[in-house]
Design a protein around this ligand. Sequence first.
Ligand code: FAD
Length: 466
Amino acid sequence: AKKSDVETVGIIGGGPGGYTCAVRLAQLGAKVTVIEKSKMGGTCVNIGCIPTKVLVHSGDVAASFKQMDDIGVVGEFKGVNWDKVQAKREYIVNRMSGGVSALMKANKVKVIKGTAEFVDKKTVKVTKEDGTTENMSFDATVIATGSKNFAPPIPGLDTEGVIDSTGALSLKTQPKSMIIVGGGVIGVEFATAYQEMGTQITILEGLPRILGPCDGELAQQLEKIMTKDQGMDIHLECMVQKIEKTAGGVKVTVDHKGATETYEAEKVLIAIGRRTNIDGLNIDAAGIANDRGRITVNDRQETNVPGIWAIGDCVGKTMLAHTAMSMGEVAAENIMGGDSHYGGVEPSAVYSNPEFAGVGLTEEQVKEKGIPYHVGTFPLTANAKALIENGGLGTMKFIVDDKYGEILGFHVLGARASDLVAEAAIAMDMEGTIDDVIATIHSHPTIYEAVRDTACVAEDRPMNMP
Ligand code: FAD
């Protein structure tokens, strides 16, 4: 039986939030229209998750040449054909964006190319590519307008050679050197890809460590790998003062604990952060509440205005594609009369080399909360498969609550960390304990058996570690 009066739904934005919401709504019987001003797939497919991984993959393959002698394969790294890297990026992006469009068609979702803005609570004005406008009304409207790159007002930001993440994806030639301002997830990913492909990378980070929100112990290990093994320069506690043009590129002046320092490179990538994007949406006309640009929603993804919902980056919580997708499904189900709630276990990954992924709390967060806990760490050199693949680079770590053996957090720096984190995520989502992980038989030899080994270390019964 139908639980909702809603028949028509309009979604503003065709990124992971918008397109996932559209598919779920269609499955539940709604007539769905997606309004997208640019390409389907949003930031993620076109200028985010996917194209960055193309560059990272080219970099990782280039870097693997360093291992060849060690594993008895004869070959020599002769550099990168930049045009082909770019062609590959374009091919993958176009194919994935086309895939999202095909998904819309298969689900009978109507896609309108245009820019949407609110006229009032019930009306959305769409300005199409040819300049014509159309006022549209839906039983429910979902805002999924994403986010945009953020840069603080640093003097010289408009200097030639200063780029953002979007610019760094489509450079015409590979720069010999690049300064990356910001050692967060996006900065570290670009640093990895470019350094591995042969660009000399310098990271300037304002905080005392890179990857601030990630587990500190493993972030420090990664920083060492990036500097000592991969040859990047990383300078912490550097606040950028100004950027100027030089004959060969760009110069960045920083304040480093009171001292002035300068760094030069061919390009400067600003990767300081992202902000919600509600530009031109005119949410005030509909009376939609927001907190400094973040659309206010409850855990059902409802805004303060009945019939208007918001999902993904534009609500300013975790700005990740899978967060947007999860919120999209939650909103769709609620619009169609269900009772779904966003929240729970949410893994995240950094596509460094090796990868770095985590789920749940970091050790710093557990300490701050004052929860009695214990930790198990397992070096991947003790795992045969990891040792074969990349010399066993990295560590796994479980953080476990003392009282019930609840898994509070799992973090992994190592080969395929972005996939390995899934096991802990499922265990946590099902409220499994550390003993449940130990009770699960893991196949051998695999890297994922190290998850069990790490759990065994946490519970003081190490099986594969002296
Ligand atoms: P978006 O993907 O930003 O989509 C919003 C869409 O709305 C856009 O297509 C835009 O054109 C459209 N739009 C905006 N305003 C209007 C309007 N008024 N009318 C019509 N259309 C409009 N996340 C991960 O999980 N993993 C990663 O590896 C990862 N890597 C990233 C790398 C980079 C360089 C960047 C920048 C981001 C990365 N992210 C990653 C984050 C991820 O891209 C975002 O979290 C995700 O795209 C958010 O989805 P969304 O649907 O909320 O918004």
